[in-house]
Design a protein around this ligand. Structure first.
Ligand code: AMP
Length: 175
């Protein structure tokens, strides 16, 4: 099985090759086609098996397809939201988005608590396609009216089991 066979765009295939991956891992082989079909998916696999690329690659592919008719001047709404239980994981996912999306014109940002909210609000005002956030800070941003989620097409709950263990259920319901 090759990444090309999964139907990912040439920009993504280029980034994958540059990263040094030669073939998709089992979770990627199973998850990517389902996500590209636009279906909901719950996936579980051990750490280190390539789950992050398993959702990031098809997410970037879908955003490029659905954003094709948006002119460059349009104010760019948030179209994908990734929630993670910790700041560290949010930062890691953002790194993956930057790595795999490096040949795509999509804008992304990470938002977590413990740092000033002002710069995050400023970034959102400029327009971002993808937000990777922890639930508490995301709710703060929504309450401050810095963020509109009405045009979100893709929602990822990364490490959903851990988010529930950490008591994020009410925050996630509100979001
Ligand atoms: P994850 O399970 O998402 O934390 O990924 C674990 C590690 O596997 C990361 O260091 C990735 O860079 C790497 N990885 C992801 N997909 C592949 C792949 N298809 N081939 C080789 N390494 C990969």
């Amino acid at each position: 099985m090759s990444f090309k066979k999964l139907g990912l765009s040439s920009e993504l295939l280029r980034a994958i090759t540059e990263t040094g991956y030669t073939e998709p891992t089992p979770i990627q082989q199973q998850a990517i086609p389902v996500i590209l079909q636009g279906r909901d998916l719950m996936a579980a696999a051990q750490t280190g098996t390539g789950k992050t690329a398993g959702f990031t690659l098809p997410m970037l592919h879908i955003l490029m397809l659905s954003g094709k008719d948006m002119s460059a001047g349009d104010h760019c709404p948030v179209r994908a939201l990734v929630l993670t239980p910790t700041r560290e994981l949010a930062a890691q996912v953002h790194e993956s988005v930057l790595t795999y999306g490096k040949h795509l014109p999509l804008k992304s940002m990470v938002a977590f608590g413990g740092v000033k909210i002002g710069p995050q609000m400023a970034k959102l005002r400029k327009g971002v396609d993808i937000v990777i956030a922890t639930p508490g800070r995301l709710l703060d941003l929504i309450q401050q009216k810095a963020l509109d989620l009405s045009l979100v097409e893709i929602l990822v709950l990364d490490e959903a089991d851990r988010m529930l263990d950490m008591g994020f259920i009410n925050d996630i319901r509100k979001i």
